[in-house]
Structures are given as C-alpha cells and as structure tokens.
Design a protein around this ligand. Structure first.
Ligand code: XMP
Length: 325
C-alpha cells in the first residue's frame, strides 16, 4: 500500500543507491522543499551530508534565524551558515530584468556552494574525501514548468534550469516526483517542526523578484517590512493554511500621490498578493475578508513610511503567474 512510511523508505533507499558512500552538500533556502530534501537525505546518509544555508540577504524577516534554530534542532544536521548579502547585492546592482535576476542569483548561489564545498573539503582533507553531490528540493511542478519547451520560455526556475556549465556536483533531487502536499506530509513523517513543514512556498530568488525594478538594500527593507505585516495579520486571522501564498510586492519605480495627516505624500504602492492553489500550476486569487484587507492596508501604510498605497491583486493563474516577476 502507498503510505508515507513507504515513501520515506523508498526515497531513503533511492538516495543511498544513487550516492553510495559519497559526501553531499545541501543548500537550504529557508523554504519547505530544501528543508525536507535535506532532512530526507540526512536520514539516508547521516554525517555524509553537510547543509549549507546561504543567506543571500533576500529572505523574509526572521527567516535566517528560524532555519538555523528550528532545522538544526529537529534534524541534528551539520549546518554551515554563510552570510553573503553583500555579494548578492553587488551582483544584482543595476539589474531590472526578472530573468536576469534569477540567472544572477542562481549563478551566485551555486558559486557560493562551490566555495563552501571547497572549504569543507579543505577541512576534511585528511579523510581524502570529496563532496560529489548537491541536494536540491526540486518538486514535480518545477520539473514540468522548466522542462516543457513553452514553459521554459516563461520562467527559468533557478533550482532546475540556469545552473552554470562548470557545475562540479552531481544532483540529488529526492522530491522530483512529488507535489507540495506530499512534500509536507513527508516533512511531518521526518519529524520536522510545524513552522517548517507548513511554511508557505517562497521562491529561491526571494524578495528580489518581489521588488519590481532594481533591487537595493533600501527597497529590500521596505518590501520585507510590508511582508512581515502581511504575514503577521494572516497568521492572526487563522487563514494561513488555507492560503497557498500571501505576500507583498513593491512597485519600486511607481509613485503615487497620497495624503497623511496634513501632509501630501509621494510614495510607493505595495501590491498585496494572496492565492489559493493545489500545486502552483494554477491558482485563484484569495477572497480575503474585507476587514482583514483593511487591517493589512492600514498597518502597511502607517508602519512603512515609504509606502502610501496598498492595492489587491485579483488576477488568477493563468493568465497571471503567482509572482509578479
Ligand atoms: P509562478 O509565479 O510561476 O510561481 O506562478 C509558481 C510557484 O513557484 C514559485 N517560484 C519560484 N520558486 N525559484 C523558485 O524556487 C523561482 O525562480 C521561482 N519563481 C516562482 C512561486 O513562489 C510559486 O510558488
């Protein structure tokens, strides 16, 4: 019979068969997929796995700390935390095209991994071991969207396409055949905490694709602050699990006139995006209660000084995508 226990056993066996006694490195993104992939591979190979958490500075508020604390506590995995925000910021300076952002972030990500791997190898020199594999939390929908010729033109997901030609690792992708709900059940079966298993999907390129226009440290702060308010209010409303993704998008190159107190303002709009979905292939805009929308709007405009307007995205996928970039 098809059960989660069988799925875990089979996936563990498949990973062992693929990698033998080789050492592996796993990049944690802060999301569910890489955490479950990492925990699964940890179950399969134990100490042969080292997880690397690259903080590219494009994460949501509090996320880096949560990965370090919750993931390590629940898996006991060896974690290397690399703070690379400056490097990503420099690489993204002046870039506005969404696909360029993805390519740059994907490329830097892999390079940071390779450097981390070399560091780890240098330390393990005495054992004569090499790191041969990179673990990635690629899901079935990622494979489909990047694999079909039409979809590939629409969006290159950095965890499937966009890998540099000089990539020196083999890939281990234990979630390649699974949908999100299956990955969550797998995560629960592996004993990961609720905060990780039920975290909403978050794109690898992070907040960079939620700033429409150039990514700058100041813009990151704005979208991060707005996003934190949005998530906070959604959590309080109890609707978090019913909503596939909810987040803020900063229209960084758009300004509109407003009035606050006696002051004329000329600030940026935040787009509130909330969708329901089964697998991200299609999505419907979420019918959030009007009073919740009101609370989010009031708080964002009052608490984020650069923002003077909140608009709600009522586009489904298709024809929209979930993200704005
Ligand atoms: P779209 O915007 O294509 O998003 O409807 C579908 C799902 O994929 C996520 N997404 C990404 N995930 N790297 C990722 O790892 C990416 O470049 C990327 N772009 C979109 C998105 O958040 C949604 O869950």
């Amino acid at each position: 019979a098809w059960t989660m226990v069988n799925i875990v056993d089979e996936a563990v066996a498949a990973v062992r068969a693929q990698v033998g006694g080789a050492r592996l490195i796993c990049g944690l993104s802060g999301g569910v997929d890489s955490a479950v992939a990492g925990a699964l591979v940890q179950r399969a190979v134990g100490d042969a796995l080292t997880c690397v958490f690259v903080d590219h500075g494009l994460l949501r508020a509090g996320e880096a700390e949560q990965v370090e604390r919750d993931f390590v506590a629940s898996t006991g995995v060896e974690l290397v935390h690399i703070k690379a925000a400056d490097r990503f910021a420099a690489a993204l300076a002046g870039v506005t095209d969404p696909e360029q952002k993805r390519k740059i972030i994907g490329r830097e990500f892999i390079r940071v991994f390779e450097e981390a791997a070399r560091d780890l190898e240098a330390r393990a020199e005495a054992a004569g071991s090499r790191i041969e594999y990179l673990v990635q939390g690629t899901l079935y929908p990622d494979v489909i969207e990047s694999g079909s010729p039409d979809a590939a033109k629409i969006k290159s997901h950095h965890n499937v396409g966009g890998l540099p030609d000089d990539l020196q690792f083999g890939l281990v992708e234990p979630l390649r055949t699974l949908f999100k709900d299956e990955v969550r059940r797998l995560g629960e079966e592996l004993g990961l905490p609720e905060e990780i298993v039920w975290r909403q999907p978050f794109p690898g390129p992070g907040l960079a694709v939620r700033i429409i226009g150039e990514v700058t440290p100041e813009r990151l702060e704005i979208v991060r602050a707005a996003d934190q308010i949005v998530r906070d209010e959604i959590r309080r409303s109890g609707l978090e699990r019913e909503i596939w993704q909810v987040f803020a998008v900063l229209l960084a190159d758009v300004r509109s006139v407003g009035v606050q107190g006696d002051e004329r303002t000329y600030g940026h709009p935040i787009v509130l995006r909330a969708v329901t979905s089964e697998d991200a292939m299609t999505a419907d805009w979420a019918r959030l209660p009007a009073n919740l929308l009101e609370r989010i709007s009031n708080r964002v405009v009052n608490e984020v000084p650069q923002v003077n307007r909140v608009v709600y995205d009522i586009t489904s996928k298709p024809p929209g995508t979930i993200e704005w970039e």
